[in-house]
Design a binder for this molecule. Structure first.
Ligand code: 4NP
Length: 160
């Protein structure tokens, strides 16, 4: 792969799971010294323009990351040509992405946990209607996914 990788994480609202995946990926890429483009979006429109859910901001802050400046946006068709990897947090959103993706668009679509050994095909559970502990589980899942995806991207870059 010679193209610089770019990753878009997608959940439903873009206020809980995908901003946390974006934050985890930015942190892992910075640690690895890898310069990649990272963003997140939602398939739904309800929270467009809003900052992440307070519980998502809190779990990120507990891990030393400030996501208060993130703002929710909705996925657009151009995302499938702007990003090399479009990564869904669960199956419903992957199905929505497949329906939205223009034929022949270059982006590779996957589930985040496909990139974690032994967890392919699993979803990152939606923490929105749950308790604060759910956000700790989300953070653990998105961190594992970000590490696995980053390792794959780095192998691709080295092989170029
Ligand atoms: P997210 O969580 O998809 O991880 O951002 C949700 C946020 C909002 C809603 C559902 C899930 N909602 O129904 O408004």
């Amino acid at each position: 792969m010679s193209e610089r990788p770019s990753v878009l994480f997608v959940c439903l609202g873009n206020i809980c799971r995908s901003p946390l995946a974006e934050a985890a990926m930015r942190a892992e890429a910075a640690r690895a010294g890898l310069d990649i483009v990272v963003d997140s979006a939602g398939t739904g429109h309800w929270h467009v323009g809003e900052p992440p859910d307070r519980r998502a901001q809190a779990v990120a802050a507990r891990h030393g990351i400030d996501i208060s400046g993130y703002r929710a946006r909705q996925v657009v068709r151009e995302d499938f040509s702007r990003f090399t990897h479009v990564v869904a947090l669960d199956h419903d959103n992957l199905a929505r992405l497949r329906a939205l993706c223009p034929p022949g668009a270059p982006a590779e679509l996957s589930l985040l946990l496909d990139h974690v050994r032994g967890r392919a095909g699993e979803a990152v559970a939606d923490p929105y209607y749950g308790d604060a502990a759910g956000f700790d589980r989300t953070w653990a899942d998105v961190t594992a996914g970000a590490r696995g995806l980053l390792a794959r991207l780095m192998r691709g870059i080295r092989a170029a």
